[in-house]
Write a protein that binds this ligand. Structure first.
Ligand code: ADP
Ligand code: ZN
Length: 702
């Protein structure tokens, strides 16, 4: 057994470059190697591929990988080839000849993995036999289930595989957790006794944040400007808004494109490819985008609009940070979106069900406690500690006794007879005198103008909280007017206290902004160089940059700076083939960088050499001859040494009388820094080097 473990770890390192398995990966690999069926439920980015790619290397025959999207297949096959694994894909985009040659390779055992779309399985009929096939992997297995959200009818006929090859293990993989889907997968694939592996859904590296949807465009611009060019996705609800947003961002010089189901297939492929190849930084997309994206270096995901449910939200943010490095998920929360989503749901056969899911989504966005806890509890997972990596954990809200504000709001709602939306309620509170107010004679109400001292935005903030706490509600079916609830009376008449959070003051917002600016990664020149090299190699090989090395590997190379093969091989993500093919070029880049840095360091230390000679008693002329420097340079070294506090007696080179004349000039010239004005002011009587020294002395003496 120990020997076996050794082989598994060695194979993982040799082919994939990783030193360790992630949780459950090893157990899953072992189960497949024992030819047992399994169902793997892991979040996006959890590392599902290794679970069937590694066993494929250790078994006779080819592992068949059923995958729903052609784009995804090509990417995975390119990734495998970059690691030196024989892999191909088989689908309708290929010519008959190509397809024949692949079938030939299967028969002659020249392939480890073969990716195939379910529609193309029929064409493989002749090789679907136990003697050729080592394992059947069903990726995105939830597509089988009508319960799931990406149902595909072609996935429903896959049960025949197990019937045809009963001894070949089946491994089904998905990121969708719910029980009905899970059961459906087992039934339809005819693997009722499959072992289930469910790993944690927690994606710790993704920072969660929710903000109110005020001035979204401005917020998005400033967010992107702090990302150092890192790639990201903005999800929007409508096709039109993806286009508008992409246009506006492009106008700002950000490389952005819109992506939605209304575009032609060719156009969508082009955008997807450009994004994968780092040629487009931002994709503004409807949910149609992403399933085929296996890009590991998506650093951020923004939800311009509120998602319909937590499943969708979690799957979409899961596209960020698959490489395990820090990533960000920012959601904009707006009631207008909620209203629109409710309208979409109206009349659907499962309207109740959909609305309940939307409610959970709202609870998440309005949370005043750790958001990750709420998310994970939705997936049935309990997080004991607060995560520390969400906006609520980072800036816990402080509550104050807001009973008076609550009473004012609720009394206005009462006096307008529960007939007005939030905007009019605020207008009444603030004593506005617009057409609506005049028409309804609201200026005569007793509560008219009782909230003039509070800004419009702050009233909005308080109303949202009252809604969240159940003291009033929005009537979505009656023009969104605000209604009282059974709890309103308690606040109005029974002295029940209401606790509210304070909106951030302008100063607090500024502090927060400063914090985020401080968090901005510093441009590291070696990393930039390595990134450029990676990009160049990716261009030459026509593969996405992250398939050369992902960001996590590149970061480690940057930190460790290996310059020999043994050290390079130690890096996580460097396997045998990548060492052979890319190692030298990366190591040369590191060496060049280190040498340049040394050169710079030498230059920086040059004044210290002058100091040594000065201490030995050499004159300025002697030093300049000795070091082949101009006398003015030597003087500037001496000035710098003096300023740094070294014991250098500048009065050896400039008299006290000259210094006092320069002092006078300095006063007249109002502290000018250039030397020429002094030279002229002093009638060209004091030479440049002496002026420089005198200024240094004056500077130091204050
Ligand atoms: P999934 O298919 O579950 O969404 P992937 O299989 O694409 O996830 O893996 C996500 C990322 O994690 C990839 O960049 C992959 O190379 C990396 N990865 C997988 N397993 C490991 C491991 N054991 N150590 C380090 N990185 C890993
Ligand atoms: Zn948290």
């Amino acid at each position: 057994m120990i020997a076996e473990h050794k082989t598994l770890n060695a194979t993982l390192k040799t082919y994939f470059g990783y030193d360790q398995f992630r949780p459950q990966q090893k157990e899953i690999v072992e189960t497949v190697l024992q030819k047992k069926d399994c169902l793997v439920i892991m979040p996006t980015g959890g590392g599902k591929s290794i679970c069937f790619q590694l066993p494929a290397l250790l078994m006779d025959g080819v592992t068949l990988v059923i995958s729903p999207l052609i784009a995804l297949m090509k990417d995975q096959v390119d990734g495998l080839k970059a690691n030196g694994v024989e892999a191909e894909f088989f689908n309708s985009s290929q010519s008959e000849r190509e397809r024949d040659s692949i079938i030939d390779k299967v028969i002659h055992q020249q392939l480890r993995l073969l990716y195939v779309a379910p529609e193309s399985l029929a064409a493989l009929e002749n090789v679907l036999e136990t003697k050729y096939i080592s394992c059947i992997a069903i990726d995105e297995a939830h597509c089988i289930s009508a319960w799931g959200h990406d149902f595909r009818s072609s996935y429903q006929r896959l049960g025949f595989l197990k019937r045809k090859m009963p001894t070949v293990p089946v491994i089904a993989l998905t990121a969708t957790a719910d029980k009905a889907t899970r059961q459906d997968i087992l039934t339809q694939l005819e693997i009722p006794r499959a072992r289930c592996f469910i790993t944690s859904f927690d994606r710790k590296n993704i920072q969660l944040e929710v903000r109110p949807a005020n001035e979204r465009l401005r917020q998005i611009r400033s967010f992107i400007s702090r990302q150092n060019g890192a790639a990201g996705i903005v999800y929007c609800l409508s096709r039109k808004s993806t286009e508008k947003l992409a246009e506006k961002l492009s106008a700002d010089g950000i490389s952005a494109a819109a992506y939605h189901a209304g575009l032609s297939f060719a156009e969508r492929s082009r955008i997807q490819e450009a994004f994968i190849f780092d040629k487009i930084q931002v994709v503004c997309a409807t949910i149609a985008f992403g399933m085929g994206i296996d890009k590991s270096n998506v650093r951020w995901v923004i939800h311009y609009n509120m998602p319909k449910n937590i499943e969708g939200y979690y799957q979409e943010i899961g596209r960020a940070g698959r490489d395990g490095l820090p990533a960000k998920a920012l959601l904009f929360h707006s009631f207008a979106d909620v209203i629109q989503l409710r309208n979409f749901m109206e009349g659907a056969s499962n309207e109740e069900f959909q609305r309940a899911k939307l409610d959970r989504m709202m609870q998440f966005s309005e949370a005043t406690s750790c958001r990750r806890k709420i998310l994970l509890s939705y997936f049935g997972e309990l997080l004991h500690e607060n995560c520390g990596n969400c906006d609520v954990c980072k800036n816990p809200p402080t509550f104050f006794d807001g009973t008076i504000y609550a009473q004012k709001i609720l009394s206005v709602i009462t006096r307008v007879k529960q007939q007005e939306p939030a905007g009019v309620i605020i207008d009444v509170l603030r004593g506005a005198f617009n057409a609506r107010i005049r028409e309804k004679q609201y200026q005569t109400l007793k509560s008219y103008g009782v909230g003039r001292d509070i800004t419009w935005k702050d009233w909005q903030h308080y109303i949202v909280q009252l809604i969240n706490q159940g003291y009033c509600e929005i009537a979505f079916h009656q023009n969104n007017v605000l209604l009282l609830t059974e709890f309103s009376g308690k606040v109005l008449f029974e002295g029940q206290k209401v606790f509210l959070t304070r909106p951030l003051t302008v100063q607090e917002k500024a502090v927060k902004l400063k914090k985020t600016i401080a968090e901005r990664p510093i441009q590291n020149t070696l990393f930039e160089r390595l990134r450029k090299l990676r990009y160049a190699i990716a261009q030459e090989e026509n593969i996405p940059a992250y398939l050369v090395f992902n960001d996590a590997t590149l970061t480690e190379i940057e930190q460790v700076r290996p310059i020999c093969e043994a050290d390079f091989m130690e890096i996580s993500g460097v396997g045998r083939r990548k060492l052979e093919v890319y190692g030298d070029r990366f190591m040369n880049e590191i060496i060049a960088f280190l040498e340049e840095k040394r050169g710079k360091a030498r230059k920086q230390d040059t004044h210290m050499k002058t100091y040594e000679l000065y201490q030995q008693g050499l004159s300025v002329e002697q030093i300049s001859a000795n070091r082949a420097l101009k006398p003015l340079t030597v003087f500037s070294h001496l000035a710098r040494l003096y300023a740094e506090g070294k014991s250098v007696d500048l009065y050896r080179f400039v008299s006290r009388e000259e210094v006092s004349r320069v002092r006078e000039a300095r006063l007249m010239l109002q502290n000018k820094v250039e030397l020429k004005p002094y030279f002229e002011y002093l009638n060209e009587e004091i030479e440049y080097p002496k002026i420089r020294l005198a200024l240094t002395i004056l500077e130091k003496e204050g």
